[in-house]
Design a protein around this ligand. Sequence first.
Ligand code: AMP
Ligand code: ZN
Length: 448
Amino acid sequence: MLKLYNTATRKIETFKPLGDVVKVYTCGPTVYATPHIGNYAAYTYWDLLIRTLKMNDYKVLRVLNLTDVGHLVSDGDEGEDKLEKGALREGKTVWEVAEHYIGVYLSNYAAMEFLPADILARATDYIEADKKAVDLMTANGFTYETSDGIYFDTSKMPHYADFARLDLEGLQAGARVGFSAEKRNASDFAVWKFIHEGENHAMRWDYLGRPGYPGWHLECSTIIHEELGEPIDIHTGGVDHIPVHHTNEIAETYAAYGKELARFWMHCDFITIDGQKISKSLGNTYSLEDLANRGFSPMDYKMWLLSGHYQGTRNFTFDSLEAAKNRRASWRERIAECYQKKNTDDNSNFDKILEAVNNNLNSAEAFAIVDNSELTLADWGKIDALFGLRLIADTPDVSESVYQQIAEREAARRKKDFAKSDEIRDLLLKQGIALKDSKDNSTWYYNN
Ligand code: AMP
Ligand code: ZN
């Protein structure tokens, strides 16, 4: 039985799918800069969610969006446009920037062993559908026009504050004047932005007789409407999405289609590095490449992420990453031992592991069970299917000839012919196979 924490109710609930196929939507990346390791936290935990659903025999239809249309740097509708900012920085067009970083994300997703989404939805492919959604919201009386764009009137939606338990009066009292003076309520947000004459905004589409572009939140409610249909089973994102982005997605879906958006909402918390938030000014925006340069693979990092829980801030240190790397190496050694023993035991301990994960994705507890249980090769295969850690792929069975070499070396060692034994050991090492000697025998493991 799968249990998940639902942000909408603030409770752990038993998961029940709405239909035959579990519909899942994940808010994806804005493709404007090299992602830092924090950006992979959410995708790792949602990859675990998808794998867990599959392990529980659910059919899953999963959409991930790529925000390739710029949205503004702040959660409000002000500030710089992220893609325009990227284009300026790199001397490229916004389209080239988006194309480049989509490539970076997709190759890193593969390196992180994430199951590919069934539908990868680029925001710019849904502009016509966005306009139709704004038409509907307007026809239903939820919008008003300012000199800046079409705004959503949040006072028209009685339960606007419910999802995020927002304090609207406090928000109103703290609202800034100036740019947003035309806004009726502090929580109102743009569903469509106008581009004024002389304004340098490369991504633009005609709507209502003038150039403009969609407000940030709109792409997600539109893509869900077009590709999945509401309500979906599970909507995922980061905790930072709760008060604005997801609240506004819910509002748009209610205003345009009169529907609930999602039944379960799941949010993962942020990771800090050495106790600090990740930021350029602190110089700690490590990318996967930076980790590789320090000798850590994407799988080591995924191992680190999964050895904690998706809820609650987690603190990243290189020492803890080293520990995760060693833990993964020890698991691979155990797989190697299974090969060596030609273990065909079918006494499985996998159910206990799945049970832990079924308890609101408690991968930390599942990992402790892996550490402390006798496991068969079949178990390890399932562990790989559940966590996507390339444990078996990175620990292939050794060929008969390697077994022979190990046996020869073992014989040389027993005869105290150390020159020969060292020679074979070095030969094996060249093939990436290291030996660990004990009094009675030596075990091999993959040394990469
Ligand atoms: P950004 O491109 O910086 O706006 O980040 C995109 C998304 O990545 C955010 O909305 C968060 O959900 C997630 N994210 C950013 N930083 C972190 C972090 N330190 N830990 C976990 N998730 C993060
Ligand atoms: Zn979204």
